[in-house]
Design a protein around this ligand. Structure first.
Ligand code: ATP
Ligand code: MG
Length: 761
């Protein structure tokens, strides 16, 4: 059993406890995912049929990596293990069982854009105010209902829900939900939440099917269990009900999806559901240095709601956590990029040893710009996926329509692209006619003579014949041959080819990249079914991270903290530690939201193995306006002894718990420093804008911050951001002298000299 050597006694006990319910709730980096990986290998080595194992992971990437490791121990058998995200695993099962719940097996998966488009059409038809019925809001409501297994019928019957909706002036939500669900069903489409909701429906309505999967999946394992929602919880519970060989691992301190319905209750329920549960404790963190682990512990100890855990590291204490202060978001990017550059050569690192984590996607811009300037290769994870690009979605819509002609969103997307004389009015007519006759738009367009009047029927008929020809072809040809034929004969390839702009060229290249992917798929030897329909099945669930080609590239990783869960990197930058950004402004209204932000910070920090750098900017562009920023309260929560300040403009002080107060004084002269060093009540602070400053000043070529200790009233100065100005008055004593300066571009400002980047002209 030498393959179990790499485990500590507690981990090993958890791996060997293969029978019965097992739960591991333990801190970050303690080897939870490792236990699942070894456990699967151990099961197969013990003779369990690999087809009988189901592992649910948080990302497809995690599943892929796990499978690779298991393959090292058990060989090609690893291929047969069911492993993937909840969505991908249950989409696969639904394809097999679809007819039982009235869906075609080639049902389409609607992505968020498709869902929103369906909803927009419904809101328009119902003449509803799109501010009150904001599409995102409505979609969230429907999503939350589905994740709590509330059908539209139950939604409409539930008195509490109805009363709430009516009192907020949104009494039509129940009807919108009904129409949305009916439309998706008619189009043979499921949205992301349906993949779980319909699985529950399937298992509930068909005990024989439930029984089949209960016996198939004799061993179940779930990683990141803290982030499962009710719908997922119930699927797992049902599937495990016969054998009860269920192992869940997670960390309540890393629960970061409460906003999507994930529920800590699932962990607590687990103990109730399985009274003979075996619980294992993992306390040693193998990922990070002691300093990093200590910082993480000190952050999370500020949360009231948490299960007590002891986490320690036996690695070296390591570098202190570096805090970098920048004067703007662009400067923050520059500092991050420059230190990456330095550390790479000084410490002999690879680009892929570095990750930059941020709270919101918008923050990637300044980081990208800085990395590009220095020629540092990078990859953004979880951003706009390759499969979300317009040209890719267009071509895929043709594929979708070929296999599921009732797919209304795909139809609307390409019926007049490239242009073929079927304008919006014609499309509206088709849809109205379909509604009137209780049939799908596709049924209308295959018999236009019967359902439509006037000259549109000719163009519509040609379109329908074209799609039918694709259907015939796709039955006999390989994925690649079919895809190429469709791209050519739909006119899409020609349309893109004729656009000679840079963007046009880019789009054409993207289509070629998709074609290359399909070609590789057609040539794969490990699968038998290689039709375009098989390639298409889960395209909607793919993300950027799933493109195999880029898997091993040596690039710096950029991602939101949410997508960094479960990952680890030698060096991590957590950027944008500012009030109203992190914690986000939305989270400041309640303790539970604020605690979720803090857990997010905990997740970010615990991704780092040897070096952690945190940064913040004192001003940032938001919606085209320069905003002054206040350092995040989370910075104060870290015990100062673990920190090392990198303030080019300020000597590092030590021993003080209120390191960031000076920035706060500079941020707002009127506020007392004390107000910030004490824990603040969770109220929302107004965003303070530096008015007029819509555009930042570009410093002149000889700008160099100079020693301002001899600054005199009347002197002319240049400020890095505010431009040229004249000193009006000076007050206070060294080192806290404040200067009132009149700037030509923005007017009067008071600055703390020790921080102000000034040049005496
Ligand atoms: P997270 O909560 O962030 O998902 P985790 O608990 O799943 O973390 P893992 O990712 O499994 O932790 O492990 C963290 C790191 O520690 C990995 O690199 C893993 O290989 C390593 N590790 C875990 N246990 C041991 C061990 N007993 N010996 C050596 N390395 C270990
Ligand atoms: Mg993990």
């Amino acid at each position: 059993m030498d393959y179990l050597q790499g485990l500590n006694p507690e981990q090993r006990a958890a791996v060997e406890q293969t029978e019965g319910p097992v739960m591991i709730i333990a801190g970050a980096g303690s080897g939870k995912t490792r236990v699942i990986t070894y456990r699967v290998a151990h099961l197969v080595r013990k003779g369990v049929d690999s087809f009988n194992i189901l592992v649910l992971t948080f990302t497809n990437k995690a599943a892929r990596e796990m499978r690779e490791r298991i393959t090292h121990v058990v060989g090609p058998e690893a291929k047969n293990i069911w492993m993937g995200t909840f969505h991908s695993v249950f989409a696969k099962i639904l394809r097999v069982e679809a007819d039982k719940i009235g869906y075609p097996s080639n049902f389409t998966i609607y992505d968020t854009d498709d869902s929103k488009s369906v909803l927009r059409a419904i809101l328009k038809e119902m003449n509803l105010d799109d501010k009150l019925y904001n599409v995102n809001f409505v979609l969230n409501r429907i999503s939350a209902s589905k994740n709590n297994l509330i059908s539209w019928q139950e939604y409409q019957k539930n008195e509490q829900i109805q009363a709430d909706d009516f009192s907020s002036g949104r009494g039509q939500l129940g009807l919108i939900y009904q129409t949305y669900a009916t439309r998706c069903f008619r189009a043979g489409a499921m949205d992301f939440d349906d993949l779980l909701y319909k699985t529950n429906e399937l298992l509930k309505l068909h005990p024989d099917t439930l029984n089949k999967y209960q016996h198939k999946f004799k061993y179940l394992m779930v990683d990141e269990y803290q982030d499962t929602n009710f719908s997922q919880y119930l699927i797992v519970k049902k599937l495990a009900a016969v054998n009860e060989n269920l192992c869940v691992v997670g960390d309540d301190a890393q629960s970061i999806y409460a906003f999507r319905g994930a529920n800590i209750q699932n962990i607590l329920n687990f103990e109730k559901d399985y009274p003979d549960l075996k619980v294992f404790k993992l306390e040693q963190n193998y990922r990070s240095t002691q300093n990093i682990v200590n910082v993480a512990n000190s952050i999370i100890s500020n949360n009231k709601d948490q299960l007590k855990k002891n986490v320690f590291s036996e690695k070296e204490s390591g570098d202190k956590i570096k805090v970098m202060r920048a004067f703007s978001d662009n400067e923050e990017g520059k500092m991050v990029a420059e230190t990456i550059m330095q550390d790479r050569s000084l410490k002999g690192r690879k680009w892929h040893d570095f990750a930059i984590l941020y709270r919101t996607n918008a923050q990637s811009r300044s980081m990208e710009e800085a990395l590009r300037k220095l020629g540092i290769p990078y990859k953004i994870y979880g951003g706009l996926s390759f499969y979300q690009r317009k040209e890719i979605k267009d071509l895929i819509a043709y594929f979708r329509l070929t296999f599921n002609p009732n797919d209304e969103e795909a139809l609307k997307r390409v019926i007049n692209y490239p242009k073929r004389g079927i304008g919006d009015t014609s499309v509206d007519k088709i849809i109205v006619s379909a509604d009137q006759h209780g049939i799908t738009p596709w049924e209308v367009i295959v018999e236009p003579g019967k359902y439509l009047e006037g000259k549109i029927s000719g163009a519509v008929s040609t379109f329908a014949t074209m799609i039918q020809s694709f259907q015939v072809l796709a039955k006999s040809k390989s994925a690649y041959e079919s895809a190429l034929y469709i791209a050519q004969h739909s006119g899409l390839l020609k349309d893109l080819y004729e656009d000679k702009s840079v963007e046009g060229l880019n789009r054409y290249e993207n289509i070629q990249e998709l074609m290359n992917g399909i070609k590789e798929f057609s040539e794969r030897e490990d699968i038998e079914e290689k039709g375009l329909d098989v390639f298409m099945q889960d395209v909607a669930l793919l993300t950027n991270d799933d493109k195999d080609k880029e898997k091993d590239a040596d690039t710096v990783s950029l991602m939101t903290i949410h997508s960094s869960k479960g990952l680890e990197f030698p060096q991590v930058y957590v950027v944008g530690l500012e009030e109203n950004l992190f914690p986000s402004q939305m989270s400041l209204n309640s303790r539970s939201d604020l605690e979720e932000e803090r857990r997010l910070f905990y997740v970010a920090v615990t991704r780092a193995e040897t070096k952690l750098t945190i940064s913040y900017a004192t001003s940032r562009f938001k919606f085209g306006t320069l905003i002054s920023c206040e350092p995040s309260r989370f910075l104060d929560e870290i015990d100062a002894k673990y920190l090392e300040l990198d303030y080019s403009a300020k000597p590092a002080s030590s021993g003080s718990s209120a390191f960031f107060d000076d920035d706060r004084k500079a941020w707002s002269g009127s506020k007392q420093a004390d107000a910030f060093s004490k824990p603040k009540p969770a109220t929302s602070a107004p965003v303070k804008t530096t008015s007029i400053l819509a555009k930042a000043h570009v410093p002149s070529p000889n700008f160099k911050p100079s020693d301002t200790s001899n600054l005199q009233v009347g002197m002319e100065v240049e400020h890095e951001r505010f431009g040229f100005g004249k000193v009006l008055s000076l007050e206070g004593n060294k080192p806290d002298i404040k200067a009132t300066i009149f700037f030509k571009e923005i007017g009067q400002k008071q600055l703390l000299l020790k921080f102000a980047k000034l040049y005496i002209v």
